[in-house]
Design a protein around this ligand. Structure first.
Ligand code: PLP
Length: 448
């Protein structure tokens, strides 16, 4: 195919929409009125009709440095020319080692070892296997139970699905991994609606872990998995002290604590990781999305020295962990991530969520009082506006606001049921924050 054909293929309406089975999408509804993105630069997407769409969601919590950053684009192209692929097993290439080193330096103290995957779902399943192998190696192989939380989202692998606490993501799939129990979620509108920043009430919800420990006995529990901020469920924040309490209980009972930072990592809350912003260090931390600015799929698990050392006790010629993916440590993904980390550092983007946090909070909370708005939540550069569900059609109001924002407001937001979630690229400026909140307000008003 000549190059001009390839360009047309990327930027023109596809000949047919039939063959592509789209993920987490109402396929027939979408295909009746497609939203087709063809280009992106900085804070904007461009759709197939040439309309500029302001990105209020960093893609899908991915593009924290904004789109098509030349440094990242060049790094990917250069790596593709130099070494396109290296086998992942018993072989290596420099970008993976360099990136692991950089991530270890960025992460909280003892998290110094990185296992690469290509997605958040793979990262979660990998973390579950590391947890099980760790306990077994220590002679506590009976610790096989996982604790997660209602409304959690940990991806779509069988492991992550079992940890997940969103009913729609489980309902259709009868076969579930056993041995998982769930903490209560921390969303509490009666006590906390319209809190600015972290909700004041709810640290005691961490004591729910004690109930599950009593029920199952600590000796059966391998790990507690939590998102420091639950994103996919519509931005659910922890009260101050909640995560600290989970940490204390895990320490006391020999249970590993895993933070799923697939959306909170890489500056979303003003530090490299939410673990640092909340001052709580987990034993394992999963990441993906913004590690490579979304430009090439990449994810992974950061493991503590203690976990890693435990799993390095086999004889030197033995494979220590029988786990890995064809694309673990993929050179293109790692090159993209190295360039991404350069951009984050040079432009001090991780600090933006703190610098802009007050302004973001103020503009977002100005939407209080609009029709059907029952809560507004914010932390760092994360926001959510929760709408009252329509009595006979839950989710339809949120979807309508999302659709209007895109078609009428030229703004990309995300809807999870009737919750509108916002997570703009960290390069967003105040005028664009005004545009995001202003347009959203207009579309909420227009949606009865
Ligand atoms: N974990 C969390 C907390 C997430 O938010 C997501 C995706 O949104 C995942 C895991 C799954 O990541 P992926 O879609 O890359 O598999």
């Amino acid at each position: 195919r000549p190059e001009s054909d390839l360009h047309d293929l990327a930027t023109q309406r596809p000949e047919s929409l039939d063959a592509y089975w789209m993920p987490f999408t109402a396929n027939r509804q979408y295909k009746a009125a497609p939203r087709m993105l063809v280009r992106a630069e900085g804070m904007h997407y461009e759709d197939v009709d040439g309309r500029q769409i302001l990105d209020g969601t960093a893609g899908l919590w991915c593009c924290n440095a904004g789109h098509a950053r030349p440094r990242i684009v060049d790094a990917i192209a250069e790596q593709a020319r130099t070494l396109d692929y290296s086998p992942a097993f018993q072989m290596g290439s420099p970008p993976a080692f360099a990136l692991a080193q950089r991530l270890a330096a960025l992460a909280p103290g003892p998290l110094n070892h990185v296992f690469f995957t290509s997605s958040g779902s793979e990262a979660v399943d990998t973390a579950m296997k590391i947890v099980l192998a760790y306990h077994r190696q220590r002679g506590e192989g009976q610790r096989t139970r996982f604790i997660s939380r209602e409304k959690a989202y940990h991806g779509v692998g069988f492991g992550g699905m079992a940890l997940g606490g969103l009913p729609n993501n489980r309902r259709a799939f009868g076969l579930q991994l056993g041995g998982v129990d769930y903490l209560r979620h921390t969303l509490d509108l009666p006590r906390n609606a319209f809190s600015k920043g972290l909700p004041r009430q709810g640290a005691e919800l961490a004591d729910d872990l004690e109930r599950l420990i009593t029920l199952h006995d600590a000796s059966t529990i391998a790990a507690v998995f939590v998102e420091p901020i639950a994103g996919s469920a519509g931005v659910i924040l922890p009260a101050p002290g909640y995560l600290q309490r989970l940490r204390e209980l895990c320490d006391h009972h020999g249970i590993l604590l895993v933070f799923d930072e697939v959306i909170t990592g890489f500056g979303r809350v003003g530090m490299p990781f939410a673990a640092q912003r909340f001052g709580v260090t987990p034993d394992l931390l999963t990441f993906a999305k913004a590690v490579s600015n979304g430009a090439v799929p990449l994810g992974g698990v950061l493991a503590s020295d203690a976990v890693h050392t435990t799993l390095m006790q086999a004889p030197p010629q033995a494979i220590e962990l029988f786990h890995g993916y064809t694309h673990s440590g993929h050179p293109l993904a790692c090159a993209a991530a190295l360039a991404t980390l350069d951009v984050y550092a040079e432009e001090r983007l991780f600090e933006r969520a703190i610098e802009l946090g007050e302004y973001w909070q103020e503009r977002l909370h100005a939407l209080q009082g609009l029709p059907n708005v029952i809560d507004i939540r914010n932390f760092g550069l994360v926001g959510a506006v929760e709408l009252a569900p329509r009595r006979d059609a839950p989710g339809s109001r949120g979807y309508e606001v999302f659709r209007r924002c895109f078609h009428d407001g030229r703004l990309l937001v995300r809807c999870t049921g009737d919750i509108i979630a916002l997570s703009p690229p960290l390069i967003v400026d105040k005028a664009q924050i005004d545009q995001i909140t202003g347009t959203l307000g207009e579309m909420i008003r227009a949606t009865a």
